[in-house]
Write a protein that binds this ligand. Structure first.
Ligand code: G6P
Length: 608
C-alpha cells in the first residue's frame, strides 16, 4: 500500500506533488519519488527512506513543466532501496503504482529475456508494457487500454510519457484513486486528503475505470475504452489538516483528542434530553434491526479488536449471536452465513484490502452490510448498504487510537439499537446506557492524567523483557489491543491473554523481567480477575494494574496502579484503552522509536 499523486495544471507540480505525498505518507514510507516534466522529458528524482529525504533532494531541483507524478512506497516486491523506488521509467514512460501485480512473474517472462529491468519490483513491468504498446498506439490512453487486460491483481496506477506531455492516464482495480477537479487543474491521488487543499470537487474511480487527463479536462472510460459518465461529488469534509498543535507526535495528539472524538461519534445518535438511542442516517429502514438474527463482524488490526468488544456488547445487550473474524481469514474460510445475518464491517480507512474483499464476498451472498468507517466516501463506506461513522477526524498516527475508542462508542449504540428493536431493553436501561455513553468523554479526560505516570516511568518500563496483557470479558479484547500497541510501537514482545487462560501457558513466562498489565475494572468479573492477578504476583510478575478508583486490594497487589473512574461495564473498554495507548507510546518514545511511523508498517493496507 503506497500513495500516488499526479498533477496537471498551471502551478508548480513539485510543490503540489510533494504536499500531496505528505498527506499520503501514512500509506508507506520506505522510499519516495517524483517524475516531473522538464525540458522535454520527465525528470525523475527518487530517495530511499522517508519523504523528508526526497524533499531534501528536491530543494535544488527546478522543473519547467506543468505535469508530474509522485509516489510514497510501502515495499512489497523488492527491498526498500532507491533502485526500487517509484516512479519507474522505461523509454520515456513513467509510472507510479499502488498495489500488487499478481501475475508479474508470467508477465516478466512474456516480455522476453532481452528486456532489461532496473528494479526487482512488480511495478516496473507495467512501464515496459505501456512503452511497448506506445510504439504503435496513438495515445497514452490507447496504450493503457491494451495493457489493462494483461494485469491481474490490485493496482492503482498513474502514467505519463515524454512523447505525450499533454496527457496523464490513471487506472485502478482495487486500491482507491480519486480525481480532484480544480480550477484549471486536475489532481489525482490515492486519498482525498491530498486533493482537498486544491478542490472539494472529486470523482471516485470504480474498478477497471481509466481516466485520461488532457490539459484541464478529463474523460473517464471503462476498460474497453467506452466513455463512462461519472458524477462529480462535492466532498463535505473540512480539511482539519493534521497539525501537531504543539504535541511531539500526532499519536499523542490523537490520544488526547479521544474525548472529543467519542463525543462526536455518539452525538448524532443520542437524544440528550430524553436519553433515547436511535441510530441516525444509517441508510437502512428502522424496522430492519428487529430482523437481524445473527451478526458477523469483520475487520483487521485495531478495528478487529474494537469489533471483538462489539461481540460482548451485542450478545449481552441484544441477545443476538455474533461471530467475529479477521478479514483475511473470513474471506478464505468459506463461511456459513445464515439468512437474516447482518455484517458489520469496521475500517478506519475504509480501504483495507482484506476487509474490502470480505465485504464484497458478503454482498455477493446477499448479506446486508453496515460499515463503521472514519473516512467518508472511502471504498468500504461507498459499497456497504448502511453507514456509521467514527467521526474522529483525520487520524495520522499509524497506530490507531481515536478511531478505536470512537468505534467502541458506536458499537455500544449498535448493541442498544438492536436490543431496543428486539425488545430486550427496558427504556430505563436504555437511558442508563445512553447516559453512561454521554458521560464517557468527561471520564476519558480524567484518565488522560495517567500520561504523566507513563512519561515518568517509561525509562524503567522499557527495560522489561516483555509485556503480558490480561483481561476478562470486555477487557479481554482491550488486553489484545494493548499488546498490539506495544508490538507496533515499541517493537517489544507483548501478548494479550484472557486472564482465565493464564494458567494454561503464559504463567510459565512470568518472572521479574516480565511486566503483567492487568485490566481489572470493577465489574462482575473483578474478583475472578483479582485471583488471576494473585497467581501472577505469586510467580514474581511485576504487576501494572488498571482498575477502578478506590480498589485498595488491587492497589496493594500491584507495583503500579492506574485508576479509572467508576463507569458502566460498557464504557470500561473505552477508558481502559487510554492507559494502554499511553504505556506503548511512552515506552516507544523512550526507546527512540518513530511512534507516528513505526518501522515496516503503514496506516492503510491496500494489499492483502
Ligand atoms: C493497519 C494499521 C492499523 C489498523 C489496521 C486496519 O495495520 O496500521 O492501525 O488498525 O491497518 O485498518 P482499518 O483502516 O481497516 O481500520
Amino acid at each position: 500500500m503506497c500513495g500516488i499523486v499526479g498533477y496537471y495544471g498551471p502551478q508548480n507540480p513539485k510543490d503540489i506533488i510533494v504536499n500531496g505525498l505528505k498527506c499520503l505518507e501514512y500509506r508507506g514510507y520506505d522510499s519516495a519519488g517524483v517524475a516531473i516534466f522538464n525540458k522535454g522529458e520527465f525528470k525523475r528524482v527518487r530517495a530511499e527512506g522517508k519523504l523528508s529525504v526526497l524533499q531534501g533532494k528536491l530543494e535544488s531541483e527546478e522543473f519547467d513543466g506543468h505535469i508530474g507524478i509522485g509516489h510514497t512506497r510501502w515495499a512489497t516486491h523488492g527491498a526498500p532501496v532507491e533502485r526500487n523506488a517509484h516512479p519507474h521509467t522505461v523509454a520515456g514512460v513513467s509510472i507510479v503504482h499502488n498495489g500488487i501485480i499478481e501475475n508479474y512473474m508470467q508477465l516478466r517472462e512474456d516480455l522476453g529475456e532481452g528486456t532489461k529491468f532496473e528494479s526487482e519490483t512488480d511495478s516496473e513491468l507495467v512501464a515496459h508494457y505501456i512503452a511497448q504498446e506506445l510504439k504503435s498506439e496513438p495515445s497514452l490512453l490507447s496504450a493503457v487500454l491494451k495493457v489493462l487486460p494483461k494485469l491481474h491483481g490490485a493496482y492503482s496506477i498513474l502514467v505519463v510519457s515524454k512523447d505525450h506531455p499533454d496527457e496523464m492516464v490513471a487506472f485502478k482495480n482495487g486500491p482507491p484513486l480519486i480525481v480532484g477537479v480544480a480550477a484549471g487543474a486536475i489532481i489525482i491521488a490515492s486519498d482525498i486528503q491530498a486533493i482537498m487543499p486544491h478542490t472539494k470537487k472529486a470523482v471516485y474511480l470504480d474498478d477497471l475505470e481509466v481516466v485520461q487527463v488532457k490539459g484541464e479536462s478529463f474523460k473517464i472510460f471503462n476498460s474497453k475504452g467506452v466513455p463512462v459518465d461519472k458524477a462529480v461529488t462535492t466532498v463535505d469534509w473540512t480539511t482539519d489538516q493534521a497539525q501537531k498543535d504543539g504535541y511531539p507526535h500526532f499519536m499523542l495528539k490523537e490520544i488526547y483528542e479521544q474525548p472529543r472524538a467519542v463525543a462526536k461519534a455518539i452525538a448524532p445518535h443520542i437524544n440528550t434530553s430524553t436519553h433515547e438511542v436511535a441510530l441516525k442516517d444509517v441508510g437502512l429502514p428502522d424496522a430492519y434491526w428487529a430482523t437481524v438474527e445473527r451478526v458477523f463482524i469483520v475487520a483487521c488490526g485495531t478495528s478487529f479488536y474494537a469489533g471483538s468488544v462489539g461481540k460482548y456488547l451485542i450478545e449481552e445487550l441484544a441477545r443476538v449471536p455474533v461471530e467475529i473474524d479477521v478479514a483475511s481469514e473470513f474471506r478464505y474460510r468459506n463461511p456459513v452465513v445464515p439468512k437474516n445475518s447482518l455484517a458489520i464491517i469496521i475500517s478506519q480507512s475504509g480501504e483495507t484490502a482484506d476487509t474490502l474483499a470480505a465485504l464484497r464476498q458478503l454482498k455477493q451472498m446477499g448479506v446486508t452490510c453496515v460499515s463503521i468507517c472514519n473516512v467518508k466516501n472511502s471504498t468500504i463506506d461507498r459499497e456497504t448498504n448502511g453507514h456509521l461513522y467514527m467521526n474522529s477526524g483525520v487520524e495520522i498516527g499509524v497506530a490507531s487510537t481515536k478511531a478505536f475508542t470512537s468505534t467502541l462508542a458506536i458499537l455500544n449504540l449498535v448493541a442498544l439499537q438492536m436490543a431496543k428493536a428486539k425488545k430486550v431493553l427496558t427504556s430505563e436501561n436504555e437511558h442508563l446506557y445512553a447516559k453512561a455513553l454521554l458521560a464517557a468523554p468527561a471520564q476519558m479526560e480524567t484518565v488522560l492524567a495517567c500520561d504523566k505516570f507513563f512519561a515518568d516511568a517509561a525509562n524503567t518500563l522499557k527495560e522489561y523483557r516483555g509485556f503480558l496483557y490480561m483481561g476478562r470479558g470486555v477487557s479481554y479484547p482491550i488486553a489484545l489491543e494493548g499488546a498490539l500497541k506495544m508490538k507496533e510501537l515499541a517493537y517489544m514482545h507483548a501478548e494479550g491473554y484472557a486472564a482465565g487462560e493464564m494458567k494454561h501457558g503464559p504463567l510459565a513466562l512470568i518472572d521479574k523481567r516480565m511486566a503483567v498489565v492487568m485490566l481489572a475494572p470493577s465489574d462482575s468479573l473483578y474478583e475472578k480477575t483479582l485471583s488471576n492477578l494473585e497467581e501472577a504476583k505469586a510467580r514474581g510478575g511485576e504487576i501494572i494494574s488498571v482498575g477502578t478508583l478506590g480498589n485498595e486490594r488491587l492497589k496493594s497487589l500491584s507495583k503500579h496502579y492506574l485508576t479509572l473512574p467508576q463507569a458502566n461495564w460498557t464504557i470500561n473498554p473505552i477508558l481502559e484503552a487510554i492507559p494502554l495507548q499511553l504505556l506503548a507510546y511512552h515506552v516507544a518514545s523512550a526507546l527512540g522509536n518513530d511512534v507516528d511511523q513505526p518501522r515496516n508498517l503503514a496506516k492503510s493496507v491496500t494489499v492483502e
